[in-house]
Design a protein around this ligand. Structure first.
Ligand code: F3S
Length: 303
């Protein structure tokens, strides 16, 4: 149905929102995923229990959520030794075991909010390492989740790159939870050029992430413009944008409603909205409302 959507005339004569409502296709699910909801809940509970909590790195990759937490007195520190009094929250992305050992050495109370799905990847990677496999992590080298997984691989961990070289031996592959299945398939196909003695592949992609990716691809097929709502440093939101772009659809990436490109939206017939797993539902609702209802757009145009 792409290319069919035409700009809707927005004459100033008729201002009835119902009459001008634009069709918006929302990719489900939206709102926090289980792991993000859990991490935020644990941090807030910890604040009540300990009086003071810090998070080791940003709890989630969404500035709006971080601002809200900061208003409640929950801020991030870069290193365990900066935690001071109270408790230190390990974020949903997890952390290397060395960081946990450092907390123990310093007697820092730890609230472990590592998402159980990330924990599973850490455990699989650790087992592969113990069994003598080279562990290849398909993911983003500098992402905190990948760093946390590598921490469980000792000297046997490698981050996948198309140009990587592997010595003969046993190879185990795991994926960052936010990877796309297409990228994992490509990586495994590329690794088949090596003469390893054994290859084991673990699809550790989070099902929630996979569901959002599938929904993003479907929505991108039905609309002329996809609005991806998420934090700019959010890996899963970036992946959703990539998937929508690969479908040949125009994509805009926003963190909040004020960033909406209203004139582009006004020229577009059908608009899709997809959201990352750390994007608050209220932000998605606000954006859908604005895109759907030109009367609200006017509010921004006037400012
Ligand atoms: Fe966990 Fe999946 Fe969310 S890995 S943090 S439930 S996207």
């Amino acid at each position: 149905m792409k290319g069919r959507g035409k700009s809707q005339a927005r004459s100033g004569a008729s201002r009835k929102p119902e009459a001008q409502a634009r069709r918006v296709v929302v990719a489900r699910p939206t709102g926090f995923c289980f792991g993000v909801e859990r991490a935020i809940g644990l941090a807030k509970t910890g604040k009540r229990q300990f009086g003071r909590v810090s998070t080791l790195g940003e709890l989630v990759h969404n500035p709006l959520v971080l601002d809200e937490l900061a208003r409640e007195g929950i801020r991030s520190v870069r290193r365990a030794e900066q935690a001071g009094e109270g408790a230190l929250v390990i974020r949903a992305h997890g952390c290397p075991p060395q960081a946990l050992a450092e907390c123990e050495r310093r007697r820092i109370a730890v609230i472990d909010a590592t998402c159980p799905y990330v924990r599973k990847v850490q455990n699989v990677a650790g087992r592969l390492k113990d069994q003598g496999y080279t562990v290849v992590v398909v993911g983003e080298r500098n992402h905190p989740e990948v760093k946390s997984i590598l921490g469980y691989c000792g000297r046997r961990g490698r981050v996948y790159s198309p140009r990587m070289r592997l010595a003969r031996g046993k190879v185990g592959v795991v994926a960052q939870t936010t990877m796309s299945r297409e990228r994992l398939r490509e990586a495994v196909a590329n690794l088949s050029r090596f003469r390893y003695t054994e290859l084991r592949v673990f699809d550790t992609i989070c099902e929630e992430v996979a569901a959002r990716q599938l929904a993003a691809a479907r929505v991108a097929q039905q609309v002329d413009l996809v609005i991806v709502v998420g934090g700019r440093s959010s890996a899963n939101s970036s992946r959703l944008a990539e998937i929508a772009r690969n479908a040949g659809t125009q994509v805009v990436f926003v963190e909040r409603a004020a960033e909406l490109p209203l004139s582009a939206i006004a020229r577009t017939g059908r608009v899709g909205v997809v959201a990352g797993s750390s994007t608050p539902s209220r932000v998605v609702r606000e954006i859908v409302d604005i895109v759907r209802n030109p009367a609200k757009e006017d509010r921004f145009n006037a400012s």
